[in-house]
Design a protein around this ligand. Structure first.
Ligand code: NAD
Length: 348
């Protein structure tokens, strides 16, 4: 199968590329603008493979994108490129509108104008979206595919807008699209501004461990390789026009997450956990912070036979071991992260 993966130098996109390119029957074209969160060495495991090619392109450049997509003529587009960090969307929403909304529009147009659905009877466009488009839950209930859109952050609103474009291209132009809404991911190669790698690296670096507000916000956690497995099943067997929610029924408060990660680091390194727990610091909460997310994955479980392979504790242990075993990747990502933050301060 000929597959375009957008955002393939990012956390989840690179996991998709590493998996798909390991099958020589697939021909993979990875597209990424190499923004601040892209760590190009995440693609080292596929470097040199004859069935994988990387092109640096910004999805906001519609003309270049049209050309590249038309020349490659994919049977499948897995669309993961996005500005993905909620805090940044609050500080500076414009790049989110550009990449997530305009970028998705350009990608849809590249599929439509290149007549990919005519060229390939099995063509699919998979929009990788987020449970954050549904807004916040109270103490009870779960998000189903029928839940109403109610995004609260600029990030969530930009992803919701992109979903609406995708659905409109399906209904209006007959493009065979599928939308996925997954819960919070974690695992190897995640950029260190996100909660779990931030905790791991701060714990290992002897730094304080920041927790927003009371730390009782609930997220539903999914190991990245289980997400990739779900995406592949959806691309292969999902119904065009459908939406699939993906989650591992692993709800945890942020404080529970912090404690689990610290205990895993202590268990793996033999260091004393109590001193690490003492470095947990509560910081002012994020504005408009959604209180709880929880995904009902019944549709993907029953229709496509998907089940997560990791529970939260085993996934965290794998993740901690991976960060300990990859200091060079951590250094590169850490330098990008701190360089970017410095850059922001200089511009402030
Ligand atoms: P990430 O930030 O690690 O990677 C995103 C990648 O997209 C980066 O490599 C970046 O350079 C690239 N990109 C951004 N704008 C681009 C543009 N205009 N043109 C080309 N490339 C561009 O993000 P991630 O965590 O891997 O998330 C991937 C996708 O999954 C996103 O669409 C995100 O909304 C969605 N998602 C993520 C999570 C999560 O927990 N990480 C949960 C649900 C959904």
């Amino acid at each position: 199968m000929r597959v375009v993966v957008t955002g393939g130098a990012g956390f989840i996109g690179s996991a998709v590329v590493r998996l798909l390119a390991s099958n020589p029957e697939h021909q993979i074209l990875t597209l990424d603008k190499l923004g601040y969160a892209a760590v190009i060495s995440s693609l080292d495991p596929v470097a040199g493979l004859s069935n994988h090619e990387f092109r640096q392109v910004d999805l906001c450049d519609g003309q270049a994108l049209n050309q590249i997509v038309g020349d490659f003529s994919p049977q499948l587009i897995l669309h993961l490129a996005a500005e993905s960090h909620v805090d940044r969307s609050i500080d500076s929403p414009a790049p989110f509108i550009q990449s997530n909304v305009v970028g998705t529009f350009n990608l849809l147009e590249s599929a439509r104008l290149n007549r990919l659905a005519k060229r390939h009877a099995d063509f699919r466009f998979v929009q990788v979206s987020t449970d954050e488009v549904y807004g916040s839950l109270g103490a009870d209930g779960v998000f189903t595919e029928g839940s109403a859109y109610s995004p609260n952050s600029p990030y969530a609103a930009s992803k919701a807008a992109a979903d609406h474009l995708v659905q409109a291209w399906h209904v209006t132009y007959g493009l065979p699209t599928i939308i996925t809404h997954c819960s919070n991911n974690y695992g190897p190669y995640q950029f260190p501004e996100k909660l779990i790698p931030l905790i791991i690296l701060n714990v290992l670096g002897g730094k304080s461990i920041p927790v927003y507000g009371d730390g009782l916000q609930v997220r539903d956690w999914l190991y990245v390789d289980d997400h990739v497995d779900a995406l592949w099943r959806i691309a292969d067997k999902g119904s065009p026009g459908a939406t699939y929610n993906i989650g591992a029924r692993a709800e945890r408060t942020n404080l529970q997450v912090v404690r689990t990660v610290i205990d895993a680091v202590a268990a793996v390194t033999g260091a004393e956990a109590a001193a690490m727990h003492a470095r947990v610091t509560h910081v002012p909460d994020r504005p408009g912070h959604d209180r709880r997310y929880a995904i009902d994955p019944s549709r993907i479980t029953h229709e496509l036979g998907w089940q997560p392979s990791q529970n939260f504790e085993s996934g965290i242990e794998h993740t901690v071991r991976w960060y300990l075993a990859h200091p060079q990747w951590c250094e590169q990502a850490g330098n990008q992260y701190h360089g970017e933050r410095l850059g922001q301060l200089h511009h402030a």
